[in-house]
Design a protein. Structure first.
Length: 398
DNA sequence: TCTGGGGTCCTAGGACCC
DNA sequence: TCTGGGGTCCTAGGACCC
């Protein structure tokens, strides 16, 4: 068993293969042999696609219009968030049978530190294969696993192992694995940074590794420069920390909406800002947080996007206060006939509601709104979210 | 009928304070 | 009649991730 090179690579990155599509196929096995795209909306993007659809060039984040053109005979299904969330929770529980050191990244991926599990379960590679078999048996879907000594390496390995595979990158093979790769494969290097590095003649991770850190910092900033230089040598300086998806307080909460068609109608836009404010504030109250900074996002028809933010004297979770701040920010833009594609509302600087103490200068009125919100929340819990809506949203002529 | 929605973090300039 | 240097907050934008 000493031939198994994974003994010195105790970090696993597990990534579900085409997660939303795989879950959809599990519910609808008759679609197993046809291209399937998960997505929706006429202005939406691809959320996930099975591997049959990928053969036609369909990828996550591709505009649905292009996806349909690439693969006209694909079956398009809407995402089933409830089932996806349930399957995700089960899979994460499977991971915790291996080790409590599970760091959930998103619904479909997690890191596992298996250092403390090898005596009981065998080598990291053995554990990886057990996980893949167990997930497949219990959930009927496949996943891929990267095995390495560092988290970023494990993540890059799982990407290379897809679909339905395992890849071990032992410490002795880090540079031979890493250095030939394009810089764009590094976690944290997206389209823009990749293009900039290419312009500088830095195409591979090996190029990065042999560039002085100072040079990198000048090109992409101190933080990213240092990060990239370390990464190029396979060191991300991070440890897996136990983290379950939803148990950390959010730093911000927001909601966006892309209009069915671009609009310059202030009434339509104001009504949308109210809807979004109500949605965000409702989620904040459910999470028992309040926030001080309200940001409005506006995307024009040409896709350029701007934001305007305003920090309130005190944190709030009141729909009307968030809405009024948002509307003032929007009106402050002074847009005349600009056609908007999207508006968004976000609240930042969240703190637990219990720590917020109202000065009460406008106490009566604000207390009234706050009480109204809570009454709405209770009614929605009992009768469903459509039961109670702001009056302005009921008279929707559209 | 090109390009969603949910987030996080970083940068940079200016205000303001000591 | 000269221009330092932190630290923090606020605002706007941008890159990135899933």
């Amino acid at each position: 068993m000493r031939l198994d090179p994974s003994w010195d690579a105790p970090v696993l990155h597990v990534d579900m293969d085409a997660f939303y599509a795989s879950v959809a196929l599990r519910e609808r096995p008759e679609l197993r042999d046809v291209p399937v795209i998960v997505g929706g909306g006429h202005r939406g993007v691809v959320l996930s696609a099975n591997y049959l659809a990928r053969e036609y060039g369909v990828r996550s984040a591709l505009p649905m219009t292009r996806a349909r053109r690439l693969c006209p005979h694909a079956v398009v299904v809407p995402p089933d968030y409830d089932t996806v969330t349930a399957v995700s929770a089960s899979v994460m529980e499977t991971f915790r049978r291996v080790t409590p050191l599970v760091e959930v990244v998103s619904l479909d991926e997690a890191f596992l530190d298996v250092r403390g599990s090898t005596r009981r379960l065998g080598s990291p590679l053995t554990i990886a294969e057990w996980l893949r078999a167990t997930v497949h048996d219990e959930q009927g879907i496949t996943c891929s696993v990267g095995v390495a000594a560092a988290m970023t390496l494990a993540k890059m390995a799982s990407r290379r192992a897809k679909p339905d595979g395992v890849l071990v990158v032992p410490p002795t093979e880090v540079t031979s694995f890493l250095h030939p790769l394009d810089v764009g494969e590094l976690w944290g290097v997206g389209e823009k940074t990749q293009a900039m590095l290419h312009r500088l003649g830095l195409r591979t991770v090996g190029d990065l590794a042999h560039t002085p850190e100072r040079t990198l910092c000048r090109a992409v900033g101190d933080s990213l420069g240092r990060h990239l230089h370390r990464l190029a040598w396979g060191d991300d300086g991070r440890d897996v920390v136990e983290r379950r998806g939803e148990d950390e307080p959010d730093r911000s909460m927001g909601a966006n909406e892309t209009f069915g068609r671009d609009t310059d109608d202030r009434e339509v836009i104001a009504r949308e800002l109210l809807r979004l404010s109500a949605r965000v504030a409702g989620r904040m109250r459910a999470a028992e947080v309040a926030g001080r900074t309200v940001t409005v996002r506006v995307r024009f028809a040409d896709f350029t996007t701007i934001t305007r933010s305003r920090t309130l004297p005190e944190a709030t979770d009141v729909t009307q206060e968030i809405y009024h701040a948002a509307l003032r920010l929007y009106d402050g833009l002074g847009l005349q006939r600009a056609r908007l594609r999207l508006v968004g509302v976000r609240v930042e600087g969240l703190t637990p509601r219990a720590t917020v103490h109202r000065q009460g200068v406008l106490g009566e009125r604000e207390h009234g709104w706050s009480e109204a919100d809570r009454a709405v929340d209770r009614a929605r819990l009992r009768f469903g979210s459509a039961a109670v809506q702001p009056a302005a949203l009921l008279a929707d002529p559209a």
